[in-house]
Design a protein around this ligand. Structure first.
Ligand code: SF4
Length: 356
């Protein structure tokens, strides 16, 4: 039987001695905590650092985020993926200004009433932004707790979630629960990794999964759905310094992001002649000279999209419903979905803008 109270000082001491230095751990306030936690749900902390610093320069507080346009916010998020989070941040800033006079509220119920706040984000903001006791369970905490207490039930089940919450709660009974919460997150991010480094762990003496040699088997998860492969022929139509693009609609996967026109095909490779035929059919007119570009792959939700781009020089501004011609100068400041942004960069348009 584990005595949770004895674990608390071990976690606190370990964290204070071993925590990594990140910009969001300095000058903490609820806004900085909120933004960093949402970004950290996207990717690794080291990747988040430049995004966070740029975001704080552009939108240093809730008011600045509220005053920004949605396009500016999505552009600042570009590259982090899962853009609904950026849209939610913008919408939440509006709610915070209009419903809470611009101050992030300090109660769980009020935070949860704001768009985009889930139990983890609300818990993290209360812990690190307000120094209040609150349960905040991310993937790191889930891993540490399920191993340390040897929870051998699938963690997507409600009963397992409740058990994990109870175990976390039992560790938050000290004077500084926010330190313990951050220690659990840090431990999961640096030591109790999917391949655990138990020999470096402050909990190794009492960890049940380590004792039973089951650490690598936990946490138990649902079997992942198979990834679906997509093959997309991407057409970059250029004419007199303008390019044909489309802003994806609100209810589409890449909502509010720009993309070049593309056609789904069964597989790659495609012959150049076929590329020309596909482009001609898309435009309903002849295309001029064309050049195949380097392919790129990117993943989103359960899909992996393979993009094969081809640059076409047109002789006039062809009109295609729901597409628009945008000057190259303006193109580079628009938010693009990740695969198409990579294509945009490979076209050298960014350099063209800098040269001007
Ligand atoms: S001893 Fe190993 S399995 Fe247990 S909490 Fe530490 S790193 Fe994770």
């Amino acid at each position: 039987m584990i005595n949770s109270m004895s674990v608390i000082p071990i976690l606190e001491t370990w964290f204070l001695e071993n925590k990594r230095s990140f910009p969001w751990r300095e000058n903490k306030n609820p806004y900085r905590v909120w933004i960093s936690e949402v970004m950290l749900q996207q990717t690794r902390a080291s990747v988040v650092v430049p995004y966070f610093e740029r975001w704080m320069q552009l939108f240093p507080n809730v008011k600045a985020l509220y005053n920004a346009s949605l396009d500016q916010v999505i552009k600042a998020w570009e590259g982090l993926g899962y853009y609904s989070r950026a849209r939610n941040l913008h919408a939440a800033a509006t709610e915070i200004v209009e419903r809470f006079s611009g101050s992030i509220p300090s109660s769980y119920a009020e935070l949860m009433s704001i768009r985009g706040f889930g139990p983890y984000t609300a818990g993290a903001v209360l812990n690190f932004g307000f120094h209040k006791k609150a349960i905040a369970i991310d993937g790191n905490v889930l891993r540490v707790i399920s191993r340390y207490f040897l929870i051998e039930e699938r963690v997507d089940r409600t009963s397992a979630r409740r058990l994990i919450e109870d175990k976390v709660d039992s560790l938050l009974k000290g004077d500084r629960p926010w330190v313990v919460t951050e220690a659990l997150i840090e431990l999961g991010a640096t030591v109790c990794l999917p391949k655990p480094r138990c020999e470096m762990c402050p909990l190794q003496e009492s960890c049940l999964a380590r004792k039973m040699n089951k650490a690598e088997l936990l946490p138990l998860k649902k079997i992942k759905e198979k990834t679906i492969q997509l093959f997309r022929f991407v057409m970059i139509f250029e004419h007199e310094g303008h390019v044909l693009v489309q802003r994806r609609g609100q209810n589409e996967v890449m909502a509010d992001l720009y993309e070049f026109p593309y056609i789904e095909v069964d597989r790659f490779p495609i012959r150049l002649k076929k590329m020309k035929d596909l482009a001609k059919r898309f435009l309903s007119e002849e295309v001029g000279s064309y050049k195949k570009l380097e392919g790129v792959s990117h993943s989103f939700t359960r899909y992996k999209a393979h993009l094969l781009p081809c640059l076409f020089q047109l002789k006039r501004f062809a009109q295609v419903p729901s597409f628009e011609w945008v000057s190259i100068e303006n193109l580079v400041s628009l938010p693009f979905s990740s695969g198409h942004r990579y294509i945009l960069k490979s076209l050298g348009y960014y350099h063209k803008k800098q040269d001007e």
